[in-house]
Ligand binder design. Structure first.
Ligand code: FAD
Length: 266
């Protein structure tokens, strides 16, 4: 039986090029959009599973505007087999709860026989890291977050490596389950043929009606959280760089800074 993996990706502004409006919102006009870096890690994990001699199908999905098709085409070039865009004016303004609900309706209706859902750990624009856990809850399946590696996979369970602030853990999950992947430093460079194939592939676009969603649970209406303001924190600390100094100079500098702190704190 085909082992079906659903990979959830989000298209985000390219964070190396972020600008802010005078109202402290993200200036999206003229900004490049990219696949959320953690989601590339998710695609990579799915590709790794595919490489384990299994009959694997990778279904990639995103909820967003029509331009998010670009992200899906890139994901197809990177090795995903089928792509779905959940797009409807009614989905706009969704917070993490409404996003998770919409994604869960997609999975329940279109891929009910999935084995694994793989998400990125967090999106670099919203950055809440809430969507994967909410999605697992709505699907009624087990979940593991901050996953960096797959250790073993069988037909009914998966063993994964999880990084916490203090240690690494091995987590065993029954299948089906959800994994949130925190490896964001992986680049996938598809070859030209994969790109050409992906440009010719059909992306299936689904609206609210086709997902049998309850309109009270989607978009702005289904979102208890609303972002009133986003701003850059003002960083007041200063940095002094000591270049190519001797160990004695470093030590003297540190000592004088400690003494200054002591004097400042009375
Ligand atoms: P995260 O939960 O960080 O994303 C984790 C993973 O979930 C992603 O890597 C991806 O795999 C998957 N995923 C996320 N979104 C999608 C999608 N549209 N399609 C497919 N997969 C997806 N919403 C809140 O509820 N609470 C907040 O505090 C909040 N703060 C925000 C702050 C800012 C600056 C912005 C721009 C948005 C904020 N939002 C918030 C809205 C939030 O961005 C959206 O709800 C978004 O759809 C999902 O949340 P996220 O971006 O935090 O994703």
């Amino acid at each position: 039986m085909t082992f079906k993996i659903v990979v959830c990706i989000k298209q985000v502004p390219d964070t190396t090029d972020i600008r802010w409006t005078e109202h402290n919102t993200i200036q999206r006009d003229g900004l490049d959009s990219v696949i959320n870096p953690y989601d590339i890690g998710a695609i990579n994990l799915a590709n790794y599973i595919k490489s384990l001699n299994r009959e694997v199908q990778i279904i990639v999905v995103t909820m967003g505007p029509f331009q998010a098709q670009d992200a899906l085409r890139e994901a197809l070039a990177m090795g995903c087999d089928e792509a779905y865009l959940l797009s409807d004016k009614k989905f706009s303004g969704a917070d993490t709860l409404a996003t998770a609900y919409t994604l869960s309706q997609f999975i329940k209706n279109i891929v009910p026989d999935f084995k694994l859902v793989i998400c990125g750990q967090q999106a670099v624009d919203g950055d809440t890291a809430q969507t994967p856990s909410s999605l697992a809850e709505k699907l009624g399946i087990a979940q593991a977050t901050n996953i960096t590696e797959l250790i073993n996979l069988s037909n009914d369970c998966v063993i994964l490596k999880k990084e916490t602030q203090f240690c690494s853990q091995e987590i065993k999950l029954p299948l089906p389950s959800l994994v949130a992947c925190s490896c964001n430093n992986i680049e996938i460079n598809p070859d030209i043929n994969s790109y050409i194939r992906s440009q010719k592939s059909r992306i299936k676009i689904l609206n609210a009606e086709e997902l049998s969603v309850s309109e009270d649970n989607i978009g702005l209406k289904g979102s208890p959280t609303q972002v009133k303001k986003a701003y850059r924190p003002v960083i007041t600390r200063t940095t002094e760089l000591l270049e190519e100094a001797s160990s004695e100079t470093y030590a003297d500098f540190i000592l004088s800074e400690i003494n200054k702190c002591k004097a400042d704190n009375g």
